[in-house]
Structure formats: C-alpha cells, structure tokens
Write a protein that binds this ligand. Structure first.
Ligand code: PEP
Ligand code: MN
Length: 258
C-alpha cells in the first residue's frame, strides 16, 4: 500500500454547526491548560463564550514532564469540562493520552486532542482511525513535517479523515522561547494534506507577550484557527500559567483580530 489517503484535496471538518477549513472563517479555541475546579472552568467558559470563542479547551489528563507536577483531574475534570461546555453552549476539546481512556473521552469530548508527546504513538493513531469524531493532531515536538503528515496519514488510512492539525512549535537550539513556532509548516501542511491547520502560540512560544503577535502571524499565513491558553488567574494556575492570557488579555487580542 503506497497510495496516500490524504492527497492534498481540501477537507472541511464539521463539529455540530461549526466548520473548520479554507472556505470558513478561522476558529478560536481557548481555555485553561488544565481544568482545575468546577468553578474555574465554568467561569472561564462563560466569559470566553461572551467574548466569542467557538470551542472550549481544558486538559484533564495532563502529560507533565515531572511526575510530581499536577497530573490533571481526570474523569472528575472531564465532567466539569462537559458541564461548563454545556452551560456556555460550547463544544469541548481535551487531550486523550492513552487508549484505555478512549471510550471515556469520546463520551464527553467533541474533539479529541492528541498531544505532542503522543504524535508518534502509532497504536493510538490506528485506534483513532476507527472513530468518527474529529481529532486534533498536534505536531510532535521534534517531528519533521514528513513525520507529522505521516502521523495524520495513519489516522486517515485507518478510516478517519476528520483531522485538524495543530502547529505547536518544535524544539530547536533556541532556548529564549519554550519552542520555535514553525509557521512555514502551516501552508506546507495545508498543501500536502488538504487538512485544516491551526496554531497554538501558547506552547509555541511559552511567553505570554508573544501570543498576540504570533496569533496574528499565524492567521496571516493561512492558519484555520488558533488554540490559546487562557486562565482567570494565571499566577495561580496549576500548569502553564506563565504562558496563559488573562480573560481581559484574551478579549483584547480577540477584538483586535476580529
Ligand atoms: C496542551 O495543549 O496543554 C499540551 C500539553 O500541548 P502539547 O501536547 O503541544 O505540549
Ligand atoms: Mn499547556
């Protein structure tokens, strides 16, 4: 088998009434790195809905570098995220880390996020090929463009072409930023796969002040959306507070882009 399923022919992804792709306006995904409490995610969801976002994010299974860091609220967090999404009338996205939680995450989430660390998890990618829900496939932190497009090809080849790609920065010799945001990958991946590509400038830079300029740059080069970490009180966040925008900062950026 050497014929690719993702030929470059344009694919539009639908989540309820929401469409993601070149013939539609960019989608805005926002929310905290981690769901921390019922109140935190509900407050964030309601304010973000008022600002105008399309999808609420929140991690409940967290892939942390240190085993001593906050690992996420797991099923409890998933329920809080779902309740907040329902209250705000927003679809939700959360990360799936391993196959054993797939049915659980599928029951709650509208989009399944596959994190950078799992982009090379081929058994997980094959399993995602057998579902119908959209998958947001983040670029592996050291993945080449070919490796990333082949990871998407795995999901598609096993039966699911509902894939949104997410450029989230790659590891380079540069240490000033958390990662190096590779915006050239956006038009390349759009052309190579035909899939919509969004950008995550939060992990892509790791620096709050860089989120706004990199968001604008991402849209200028054709990104089909943005995923940004927002927290009602970043100083108190249990993960990634340093790169999270406050609700006011997010509103300012959102209004400017609109
Ligand atoms: C995240 O979105 O919170 C996350 C862990 O991202 P990544 O997989 O890109 O590091
Ligand atoms: Mn994060």
């Amino acid at each position: 088998m050497n014929k690719k399923v993702l030929t470059g022919e344009k694919i539009t992804i639908s989540i309820k009434d929401l469409k993601i792709g070149d013939n539609h306006s960019p989608i805005f995904i926002a929310g905290p790195c981690s769901v921390e409490s019922k109140e935190q995610i509900l407050e964030t969801a309601l304010k973000l809905k008022e600002i105008g976002i399309h999808v609420l994010r929140g991690g409940v299974f967290k892939p942390r570098t240190s085993p001593y860091d906050f690992q996420g609220l797991e099923i409890e967090g998933l329920k809080y995220l779902k309740e907040a999404g329902d209250a705000a009338n927003l679809p939700i996205i959360t990360e799936l880390m391993d196959e054993k939680n797939m049915d659980l995450v599928l029951e709650y989430a509208d989009i399944i996020q596959i994190g950078s660390r799992n982009m090379y998890n081929y058994s997980l990618l094959k399993a995602l090929g057998k579902i119908k829900k959209p998958v947001l496939l983040k670029r592996g932190m050291s993945a080449s463009i070919r490796e990333w497009s082949m990871a998407a090809e795995y999901i598609a080849a096993y039966g699911n072409k509902n894939i949104i790609l997410c450029e989230r920065g790659i590891r380079t010799f540069e240490t000033y930023t958390r990662n190096t945001l590779d915006l050239a990958a956006v038009p390349i991946m759009k052309k190579e796969t035909g899939l919509p590509v969004i950008v995550d400038p939060s992990h892509g830079t790791g620096i709050r002040e860089l989120i706004a300029p990199m968001s604008k740059a991402a849209l200028a080069c054709g990104a089909n959306g943005l995923m940004i970490e927002v927290h009602p009180n970043p100083e108190k966040a249990l993960s990634d507070g340093h790169q999270s925008l406050t609700l006011d900062q997010y509103k300012e950026l959102f209004d400017e882009i609109k």
